[in-house]
Design a protein around this ligand. Structure first.
Ligand code: ATP
Ligand code: MG
Length: 248
């Protein structure tokens, strides 16, 4: 990371790729995570590698949801852990959310490595190792969650989530916040709050909004949640990707 000059035109993209490679070497990111990164990188290029206004609105709505929640949980997979470990810890602190490791390719070694990695970045408690509950309508390995974590959560943030699990969580009547650079992928399509933005920009922005809203009363937070239009957010992102312009 130190070897990449900061004025390189694709600096962020190179840093991102490098972090995923380091994650694979450290045993926290699955090889599949590299392909996911490649797809994300292509969409980010088309978005102009910036947070578009509709994504910022989604990030503010996400902050309001997390602050209103009784049991907010932030889900962490191998790409999330490699890209934004301390940023996820900061978001958990700003919103009172729990962190839970939740892997598509689940092994005890990777679960442990990610939990350790998060603790090295300041996390106190990391959930996901108990795996004593199941999300209905998913195959056994893919459905494992903590009974007092994602299973009982009223609001979940699932960045870079697989489409099947995003759908199954949606059917559990949770408020689902998804971060995904592809607005046509199933996960943002089923989300209550689809955030079409790079996780590297999205998470710190949600945290900033949460800090700015720390003293807001419940009515104000509810108004932000109500005002957010998920269809409009998905359409604005798709339009930016297809035409390079945003009509907002
Ligand atoms: P499926 O249709 O099965 O969901 P997919 O192409 O969406 O396939 P997944 O592995 O499920 O693949 O999801 C990876 C998703 O994460 C992709 O939509 C990709 O664009 C997105 N993604 C990858 N890197 C980032 C990132 N840094 N920030 C935000 N989204 C990302
Ligand atoms: Mg997907």
């Amino acid at each position: 990371e130190d070897e990449i000059p900061e004025d390189h035109p694709r600096y962020q993209d190179l840093i991102t790729r490098h972090r995923i490679e380091a994650g694979v070497e450290k045993g926290i990111t699955h090889l599949q995570g590299m392909h996911a990164e490649g797809r994300g990188s292509a969409f980010d290029y088309l978005l102009g590698e910036e947070t578009i206004p509709s994504a910022d609105a989604a990030e503010r709505a996400a902050a309001a949801h997390l602050l209103l929640a009784d049991r907010p949980v932030l889900s962490i997979n191998g790409n999330v852990a490699a890209l934004v470990p301390s940023e996820m810890v900061a978001l958990a602190d700003a919103t009172g959310a729990d962190l839970e490791v939740n892997l598509f390719n689940r092994t005890p070694e990777r679960l442990q490595a990610i939990a350790d990695h998060l603790r090295e970045h300041g996390a106190d408690e990391v959930k996901g190792l108990e795996a004593d509950a199941h999300i209905p309508n998913l195959d056994h390995e893919r459905s494992k969650v903590d009974a007092d974590g994602i299973y009982a959560a009223d609001v979940v943030l699932v960045p870079l989530e697989d489409g099947d699990r995003a759908e199954a969580l949606d059917e559990m009547d949770k408020t689902e916040i998804v971060i995904d650079l592809n607005p046509l992928s199933r996960s943002p399509q089923v989300a209550d709050v689809p955030i079409v933005d790079n996780i590297i920009r999205a998470v710190p922005t949600i945290t900033e909004h949460a800090r700015a809203l720390a003293d807001a009363d419940e009515d104000e937070l509810r108004a932000i949640v109500e005002e957010f239009d998920r269809e409009q957010a998905l359409e604005a992102a798709e339009e930016r990707i297809r035409t390079g312009t945003t009509d907002e």
